[in-house]
Design a protein around this ligand. Structure first.
Ligand code: HEC
Length: 137
């Protein structure tokens, strides 16, 4: 009886630990990207790309993910063109982040094109997701 109880507690604790750290939407996206042959994914690579600056002839001539989301993902950002506030990217601070695969893909599409000048590859998107997921922890 006691043993079953302990096992149940352990299983419950494991489940809790998992739901606190992993997002089902991120897991689903990483699976999609892996199926195209991408991976393993790296939060460090995601962080480097997050800060990487890209040059343009038109204003703003220098663009990175930091332009709108800042370097501290626990902080609010500000849209570099519209000046609208963008809520923090870190899922630990903003529980809505990385919960909706459609939202994630939509914004990857727009933001990669605007910032990098092309769509991001499955490898790059996986790296970005790990970096964002890890931020603010
Ligand atoms: C020109 C401003 C701008 C730049 C630059 C930008 N973003 Fe965003 N991003 C936005 C806006 C606006 C949203 C949607 C508003 C919101 O969700 O608060 C968003 C949302 C996102 C989301 C959706 C997250 C979620 O689950 O809600 C992801 C992922 C994202 N951006 C990644 C990136 C990456 C990676 C880069 C760099 C390649 C980048 N963004 C550069 C403005 C920007």
């Amino acid at each position: 009886m006691m043993k079953t109880f302990t096992t149940l507690i352990t299983a419950g604790a494991l489940l809790l630990a998992q739901s606190a750290s992993a997002s089902p939407a991120v897991d689903a996206m990483l699976k999609v990207y892996s199926d195209t042959g991408a991976g393993p994914f790296s939060a460090e690579a995601g962080e480097r790309m997050w800060q990487e600056k890209h040059s343009y002839a038109e204003i703003p001539t220098e663009r990175s993910c930091v332009s709108c989301h800042t370097n501290n993902l626990s902080d609010s950002g500000q849209h570099v063109k519209t000046h609208k506030v963008i809520k923090p990217m870190a899922p630990t601070v903003n529980a809505e982040r990385l919960t909706d695969t459609k939202q994630i893909e939509k914004w990857f599409m727009r933001n990669c094109k605007w910032t990098i000048g092309r769509e991001c590859s499955p490898q790059e998107k996986g790296d970005f997701l790990l970096f964002i997921q890890k931020s603010g922890v």
